[in-house]
Each structure stands twice: as C-alpha cells, then as structure tokens.
Design a binder for this molecule. Sequence first.
Ligand code: SF4
Length: 208
Amino acid sequence: MTDTPVFPTAAISRLRMATDGEGITTLVCAWGCPLRCEYCINKFTWGENTKIERLTPQDLYDKVKLDSLYFEATGGGVTFGGGEPLLYANFFPLFRELCGTKWKLYAETSLCVPLENVRVAAEVLDGFIVDIKDTDPLIYRAYTGKDGSIALDNLRLLTTVTDPGKIRVRLPLIPGYNTEENRSRSEKILLDMGITNIERFDYIVRHE
Ligand code: SF4
C-alpha cells in the first residue's frame, strides 16, 4: 500500500485576482524550499516553527471548493506557491482527479527540484510561473546559495514536455546581484528556448 501524498501547507490565500495565474485563484503556499534567496518575502515557509497543515488532496479540495463558482466563471483555480510546491509534485495528479478540468492549476516555482518532479507536474498543471532569478551561475549561487544549472536544465525540459505558451518566466533585477546587462543576457537565453512570456520586474528592497 502506498501512502497518500500530502501537501505541507504553510498558508492559503483566497480570492486573488490575476496575480498568480488567470482569473480568480486561491494561492496555496507550500512549506519548505531548497533555496535561500536573500530578498525572499516568504521566509516563514523555511522555518521549523512554521505552523503547517499536512493536507491530503481531499483535505485541500474540501478547503478550497467554496470558491469553485468563482474559479469556473473567471477561468481561475488554484495556484501552488511557496516555498517550493514542486517538491510535492506527486500531490498534483490526485488533486486533479478531484477537481477535474474546470479549475486551472498553476505552480509558482523556481524549478530547483528533481527532474522527475517537473515531469509529473507538467502532466497535470495548466501553467507554470517560473522564478528563474538569473541564468548566470555565479549570480544564481551568490543570491540563492544553490546551483542554478538544475533550474535551467529543468526549464529546458519543461519547454519540451509542455507548450512553452503555458510557461511565464519572471526575470528580476536583483539589487546588489545582477545588472540590466545580466538580465538581457538571461532574456536572450529564454527566447532561444522558445519562451516569449517573460516578465521583467525589479525587486524593491527595504532597508530597516
Ligand atoms: S525560491 Fe522563492 S520561496 Fe524559495 S527562498 Fe527563493 S524567493 Fe523564497
């Protein structure tokens, strides 16, 4: 007998409008992330002391289904964010079985996970919002503490197993780490992969 996968949930945020995915979405934040980005705004998802609910697919479905009419009317659904939701990719196929195809399912991810997790997620999710940071390996390591080649290799794989139109890549200007020139170099690499949905944005750093 295999155990039912659970999604360690650090937070749930309802009725989000066109911020993560299409239409009205509920954001479900995973606990845990392999990266340690300096300007992470969700550091609470890293902590040992984070209050976590270990939800089965049925548990989560029962929690979020009250917004089903909004999802269906607006083409929205559930966005899995984090933390790193693709750490728990085995959860998605069972959740999809419960919600059917009327809800859209998205993931906000760094793609810094085992390749097999990306394959599993690509089979059932409707879209990916990828936070790629920067494609330069030294910048990536300095900013996240991890090897960025995993994320880049997984992004390449993703473009081969899913429609590149379903992939939106966020390309930040990271104060103290990269420059406009670095960002333009990353953009070129993404365009060469066939990714055209690229969102440039600037991190706003607050000094306390
Ligand atoms: S990948 Fe996202 S959740 Fe993880 S540390 Fe970086 S910003 Fe935070």
